[in-house]
Design a protein around this ligand. Structure first.
Ligand SMILES: CC(C)(COP(=O)(O)OP(=O)(O)OC[C@H]1O[C@@H](n2cnc3c(N)ncnc32)[C@H](O)[C@@H]1OP(=O)(O)O)[C@@H](O)C(=O)NCCC(=O)NCCS
Length: 170
């Protein structure tokens, strides 16, 4: 009886090891979180923005977690538009994160945004990252009430630009 068990174990052992290894790799795959990657999209695939605008995208593998466009308004300010976070990734700090990256990457003192007053998530987000509300208006496009908001970048005057750098920023 004992030798039977030993024989059975000897036959099962390689399979059991294989199974254990497979299980381990599956668990590892799930727990090894892929790194998010920030890039500037030049293909126009994630936003139909044209002209003097850049679309920033953060992807995890091939999934676009968040995208935002930055419109070169004037030498002293840029507008953040078309902010969108993938439904599965909301309330995890992605919108805050991409805005903070945009503030770092764009060397201008002011950022502008408009938002519909009924868009509570977006309005609350912009307020929470430091945008101030200036006034309300009725949008020509949506016919809805919107607010104009502005963010002043801290420390901008500390590394005051030369004229050359300002031109580069346009
Ligand atoms: C608005 C939007 C971009 C927020 O993205 P998000 O990644 O979920 O936001 P974050 O996780 O970075 O949230 C940062 C803060 O914003 C505020 N906020 C975000 N979603 C909110 C919601 N549904 N309700 C209330 N406050 C909200 C909170 O203050 C939050 O901080 P907290 O989570 O510590 O409370 C996202 O909901 C979205 O893509 N909506 C659809 C598109 C849209 O309306 N875009 C804006 C066009 S102007």
């Amino acid at each position: 009886m004992r030798s039977h068990i030993v024989n059975i174990l000897a036959i099962l052992a390689p399979n059991t090891l294989d199974n254990l290894l497979k299980k381990y790799l599956e668990v590892k795959k799930k727990t090894d979180k892929p790194e998010p990657v920030l890039s500037v999209d030049t293909t126009g695939s994630y936003c139909s923005c044209e002209g003097n605008k850049k679309t920033y995208v953060i992807k995890i593998v091939d999934v676009v977690v968040v995208r935002a466009c930055v419109h070169n308004f004037t030498w002293y300010g840029r507008e953040v538009r078309h902010l969108f976070v993938h439904e599965k990734y909301r309330r995890q700090g992605w919108a805050r994160h991409i805005n903070e990256e945009i503030f770092k990457l764009n060397n201008v003192p002011f950022f502008f945004a408009t938002v519909r007053t009924d868009n509570v998530p977006s309005y609350t987000l912009l307020k929470s990252i430091g945008f101030k509300t200036y006034d309300a208006f009725i949008s020509k496009i949506s016919k809805q009430e919107c607010v104009f908001m502005c963010y002043k970048k801290e420390g901008y005057l500390d590394d005051r630009n030369t004229v050359g750098e300002i031109e580069e920023n346009l």
